[in-house]
Design a protein around this ligand. Structure first.
Ligand code: FCB
Length: 381
């Protein structure tokens, strides 16, 4: 057994996103869910109504940080018409976190678009950049007391699945469109960055949540450049911290992707490879910015891997800290079981189990194991 102490004031918590937990949204995804043969998000976890109860759970588990997203389609359901009632809802969400001593990490866009934005061509259309900037402006000026802002969630995963692989709405398959969307997202971030800073909230920290993978193999540097670093380099002067979402290890043989040993896999079939987080963190060191792990988690309905998953990832993250990486927080994905995009409800990522019939919450054993780490600000393994 060894003990690994984490830095003072380390942020510990979990993450969610609006479309995956709130329920009863109306956006481009809900339209797509209805039109195509995909799972329907519906009531999701009813977190829109149960957020206080859910934050009580987070508090009881000792969390001092929580990441959630603001649903753009609620805030601005029609072009230029802001819904003050919904803005008030998010004010209350933030207040509920603060009352419980939990630092909010607020995401401004976690993949879903108001239908009017989708109709004008989504992120393919340059106009969406300005529309997003206006959304950022409205939200930042309305809520005020937020320190950590994440403008965009995983621009690369979104652009790839929606514009290259044709998997997610609007299901396009075009390298040209992919690049166009990716570039527009970078521009949107830069604009939002400046706007959020112009609200003059003391010590505002703005960044994105970037999904970086650990690549192995002789072609790894190519993948590492384009997948992990291209976007971050483009916005390097416009971020105060790096938000890291980490899930994947990719052993590449020649140009064959994902040739992993797969000794242990999650319910999603994703390889569990904790060492990867160390390499990814080390690679981010060159940006000289504080790093927060804004997502890392496992789909594990039986809760047989989760405790070890968290502990092993934290062990490797700690090694990165020892090697000089300025890591300041860890947000597990997710606080609750939730709606996993095109997969629907079956993948169970939550520290907390959700019964979708009764909407009852049940805290998993692994959540208590994580709570012990949080409480002690250190890991024993
Ligand atoms: C990430 C997403 C998050 C969740 C996890 C499993 O790529 O940001 O919303 O779906 O994967």
């Amino acid at each position: 057994m060894a003990r690994y102490e984490f830095p003072k004031n380390f942020y510990w918590g979990a993450a969610t996103s609006a479309h995956q937990v709130e329920g009863n949204n109306h956006n481009d995804w809900t339209e797509w869910e209805k039109e195509t043969n995909h799972p329907i998000s519906g009531r999701a976890c009813d977190h829109y109504n149960k957020f206080r109860e859910d934050f009580d759970i987070a508090k009881n588990l000792g969390h001092n940080a929580h990441r959630f997203s603001i649903e753009w389609s609620r805030v601005e359901p029609e072009e230029g018409r802001f819904n003050e009632k919904e803005i008030e809802h998010y004010r209350q969400v933030i207040a509920a976190l603060r009352e419980r001593g939990i630092e909010p990490f607020v995401t401004l866009w976690h993949w879903t678009l108001p239908t009017w934005i989708a109709k004008q061509g989504g992120w393919e259309n340059k106009k969406t950049i300005d529309d997003f900037a206006r959304h950022a402006n409205k939200v930042a000026r309305s809520v005020k007391n937020v320190r950590f802002w994440i403008t965009l969630n995983e621009p690369e995963i979104y652009a790839m699945n929606s514009y290259l692989r044709g998997k997610w709405p609007p299901q396009k398959k075009s390298l040209l469109k992919f690049l166009q969307v990716y570039k527009n997202l970078a521009k949107a971030h830069k604009k939002a960055y400046a706007i959020i800073h112009s609200t003059w909230v003391l010590d505002t920290q703005v960044g994105i949540a970037k999904n970086n993978s650990y690549f192995e193999g002789w072609t790894a540097p190519v993948f590492n450049y384009f997948w992990n670093n291209w976007f971050l380099q483009k916005i390097a002067a416009y971020q105060d911290f790096i938000g890291l979402n980490h899930y994947f290890h990719n052993r590449i043989k020649g140009f064959k992707y994902n040739q992993n040993e797969n000794k242990t896999v999650s319910d999603m079939g994703w390889e569990i490879y904790p060492e990867g987080i160390y390499h990814v963190l080390k690679d981010l060191k060159k940006y000289n910015k504080p790093i927060y792990i804004t997502e890392n988690g496992v789909a594990d309905a039986q809760d047989i891997h989760r405790e070890k998953f968290i502990k092993e990832h934290l062990k490797w993250a700690h090694k990165a800290i020892e090697d000089g990486v300025d890591l300041r927080g860890y947000l597990y994905w997710s606080l609750l079981d939730n709606f996993e995009w095109d997969s629907g409800f079956w993948p169970r990522f939550g520290l907390v189990k959700v019964d979708y019939q009764t909407m009852k919450r049940r805290i998993r054993q692994s959540a208590y194991a994580y709570a012990k780490i949080v409480k002690e600000n250190s890991l024993e393994i």
